[in-house]
Design a protein around this ligand. Structure first.
Ligand SMILES: [Zn+2]
Length: 65
């Protein structure tokens, strides 16, 4: 199993790409752990930064309701 973003040749993760980010957050809107996302350390870090930014800008909710 390889990292989703590495396989897409993506280095930077766009926080506006909500559809992609949703793959890596649980139903409770929490960032999934590395074990579940299968991302490399580099992209796991980038992805969690992107999710945090998206939440701050209200592109993603903090809570599922
Ligand atoms: Zn990667």
């Amino acid at each position: 199993m390889s990292c989703y973003f590495c396989s897409q040749n993506t280095r930077e993760i766009d926080f506006r790409d909500i559809e992609t980010l949703r793959k890596f957050i649980s139903v409770g809107m929490k960032i999934k752990p590395k074990k579940k996302t299968n991302l490399c350390s580099f992209h796991q870090r980038k992805m969690s930064q992107a999710v945090k930014t998206a939440k701050q800008l209200a592109l993603l909710p903090y809570l599922p309701y």
